[in-house]
Design a protein around this ligand. Structure first.
Ligand SMILES: [Zn+2]
Length: 503
């Protein structure tokens, strides 16, 4: 079985005065957690125990009962009558912090030892225990009850007494068939939220190798992430090589335009205010805007990719390795923009990976080398060119490709995607010395267009060596232009439209 976890975030529609109670409750939670952190510091050996035994040991040190009348460090000195489940939640919070702190500390000590042994001085400062505590209170069962879709009863410290309050909740409900953990009370500005981690169990998907070698009809979704208008282009193909359908996820121009505008404003403000003091965050509001939009776009695009793969029952998502950021020249807004576009590709990949995994779809990455330069049919190097220009050489970003070896010609983006998909299949078929199947049967372009463009199946050419192109592909094979060269109608003018909230 495999596990997938996520958090359900719900808003608490509480009475105005309850906000102060939640705050008092959280403050007490942190006082108790800080107290237990000190108890652990005084008894470091506790960290050698598992969480359950550590809890028992800490309660013995702090909690007064008939059989334990004089604990060493009584919790009652912090506050009397703390409910058991509140105490235990705080103990676990303290244990988590302590484990993290001591593991950092021991790593630092090792580095120091190493440095000393080589006669060097360590400049890095040792980690320090938390100076202030600002954790959100976890609410263990016993501190909450009667949880329904739209309300929950929670027991909170109001600042003077313990009180059960009924709170209405809105937002996504907890889905069926998942296991919910203890919720936490989270403060966001003046509002309080209930965050509930949930865990879904499902049958682990078979290994990619098995799916690709055992069944020629296994569907693969090859994804090409771009920095131009089409943020992602996805193609579904089978292992044996039929191209089934393609989807263009657009909106890149709008995102880039928005980002560039904000970066330009930041640059102008900087020019006005002069030098920025070290460590000072300038233009915080503008940076936040950019961050929010990037985050939103990455979530939207990754969700669409996974949705598309699911609609077509793809078993595997395959991306290129994203490689390293190549610094660019130019104005601040241009450099900053391309850097952020690059980071966003990484985020889209990561989000698509976990979102697809939650649906039982695995993700893989292939070598990005020459994906745009190689012919998807015969692996020779292609010529890449602009329409109306000579069909030779290699022009970055040009929309068309022609393979002089086998005659394959058409859209450069499409060729690259086919290469990405083939590399995954070839990885597992190499051992069997089988010639890679070349994906050239028929393709239905994006369901958004409804168009069907078929294409003759051509025989598979022999495989010459991929050649020795020295330049790495800059992964900018994509243009907004439509191409119709008997191969594919480039559907970039009718991509899947995303709605962004900044518009
Ligand atoms: Zn070729």
């Amino acid at each position: 079985m495999a596990k997938a976890t996520t958090t359900i975030r719900q808003v608490l529609n509480h009475q105005a005065e309850h906000a102060a109670w939640f705050a008092a409750n959280q403050a007490l939670f942190n006082r108790v957690a800080a107290f237990y952190f000190e108890v652990i510091q005084a008894h470091e050996k506790i960290l050698d125990l598992g969480n359950q035994d550590a809890l028992t040991a800490l309660e013995k040190l702090t909690h007064m009962t008939q059989s334990n009348p004089t604990p060493v460090m009584p919790l009652s000195e912090v506050q009397e009558d703390i409910p058991a489940m509140f105490r235990r939640a705080a103990i676990h919070a303290a244990l988590g912090s302590a484990r993290s702190f001591y593991s950092h500390l021991s790593k630092w000590r090792k580095r120091k030892e190493k440095a000393t042994a080589r006669g060097k001085k360590i400049h890095e400062r040792p980690p320090v225990p938390p100076r202030s505590w600002n954790k959100s209170a976890t609410v263990y069962a016993g501190q909450w009850k009667e949880r329904a879709d739209s309300s929950i009863m929670i027991k909170v410290w109001t600042g003077s007494v313990w009180s059960w309050i009924k709170v209405r909740i809105t937002g996504r409900e907890i889905p069926d068939g998942v296991e919910a953990s203890s919720p936490s009370l989270i403060r966001r500005g003046n509002h309080w939220w209930l965050h509930t981690p949930i865990e879904k169990q499902f049958k682990s998907p078979p290994k990619i190798e098995k799916q690709v070698t055992m069944n020629a009809q296994t569907k693969i979704c090859a994804v090409d992430l771009n920095i131009n208008e089409n943020i992602a282009v996805c193609t579904i193909r089978t292992v044996e090589g039929s191209i089934l359908t393609t989807k263009f996820i657009g909106g890149g121009r709008r995102v880039n335009g928005f980002r560039k505008k904000q970066l330009g404003r930041i640059a102008r403000r900087r020019a006005k205010t002069g030098i920025i003091a070290e460590g000072e965050q300038d233009n915080a509001d503008l940076w936040n805007k950019i961050r929010n939009v990037d985050e939103q776009v990455a979530h939207l695009v990754s969700a669409r990719i996974v949705q598309f793969a699911q609609e077509h029952e793809a078993a595997v998502l395959v991306f290129e390795h994203l490689g390293n950021l190549k610094p660019e020249k130019g104005k601040y807004s241009h450099r900053g923009n391309s850097k952020r576009a690059f980071w966003m590709k990484g985020r889209i990949f990561n989000y698509a990976k976990y979102k697809s995994y939650n649906e039982g779809v695995l993700t893989s990455q292939v070598n990005p080398r020459n994906t745009s330069r190689e012919c998807a049919r015969c692996h020779s190097l292609v010529a890449r060119y602009e329409e109306g220009k000579p069909t030779e050489g290699y022009t970055y970003g040009a929309p068309l490709v022609l393979c002089h070896q086998c005659g394959m010609h058409g859209n450069a983006d499409r060729n690259a995607r086919l290469v990405i998909g083939s590399r995954l299949v070839e990885r597992y078929h190499k051992s069997s010395k089988e010639k890679p199947q070349t994906p050239l049967v028929a393709e239905r372009v994006s369901k958004d267009t409804g168009g069907v463009i078929s294409q003759d199946a051509k025989s598979v050419g022999s495989r010459p060596s991929p050649g020795s192109a020295r330049h790495r592909d800059r992964n900018e094979h994509g243009t907004a232009q439509d191409v119709l060269l008997g191969m594919e109608k480039h559907a970039s003018d009718i991509p899947c439209q995303l709605r962004f909230s900044f518009e």
